[in-house]
Design a protein around this ligand. Structure first.
Ligand SMILES: C[S@@+](CC[C@H](N)C(=O)[O-])C[C@H]1O[C@@H](n2cnc3c(N)ncnc32)[C@H](O)[C@@H]1O
Length: 149
């Protein structure tokens, strides 16, 4: 939605797709449906709700196909080596590394570094942080790191 709003429908020449991963089938299936109760959406600009969602129930909205079709869903275990074809401009890994021990977190952060383009960003959860001495990523501000250019 942010990308669509930014490009105003003129995305020609840009790959604006999002790769969405999780280890759980249940979580992946829920994400694919793109269904949200209204209470999860009340911070969204009403214009966006109108533009990007269809009302599907008393208190339920679904993300329109034009946006859902921009998302590629893939089951993936973050413990495994990353083997995607292309590097990423932005990686969001929020509230996931909290489950991993320090060594696993450092190894995963290194893999993220390798899979970011120079100047690409890693966003982590608001309550998370990386250990500076264990990563080549540059701290930008709380929760945001960048692969140096
Ligand atoms: C607390 S939720 C966070 C979800 C979302 N990122 C957010 O911030 O709302 C943690 C998610 O990590 C997933 N997860 C846990 N271990 C994982 C692993 N090894 N590989 C991939 N996903 C994992 C869980 O299935 C769950 O959906």
């Amino acid at each position: 939605m942010v990308l669509d709003d930014y490009f105003k429908g003129n995305k020609k020449g840009f790959d604006t797709r999002v790769l969405a991963t999780d280890i759980s089938d249940r979580v992946m299936n829920a994400a694919k449906q793109g269904l949200y109760p209204y209470e999860r959406m009340n911070k969204l600009d009403p214009k966006w709700i109108q533009r990007y969602f269809t009302k599907t129930g008393d208190d339920e909205y679904q993300v329109k196909p034009a946006i859902r079709n921009e998302v590629i869903f893939k089951k993936f275990n973050l413990m495994e080596p990353i083997k995607f074809k292309r590097k990423f401009h932005v990686i969001f890994c929020r509230n996931v590394m909290i489950y991993f021990d320090g060594q696993t977190r450092a190894a995963l952060t290194n893999r993220y570094y390798d899979y970011l383009v120079p100047g690409g960003y890693l966003f982590i959860g608001m309550s998370e942080s990386l250990v500076n001495s264990q990563t080549k990523l540059e701290y930008i501000k709380p929760s945001i790191y960048m692969r140096p250019r």
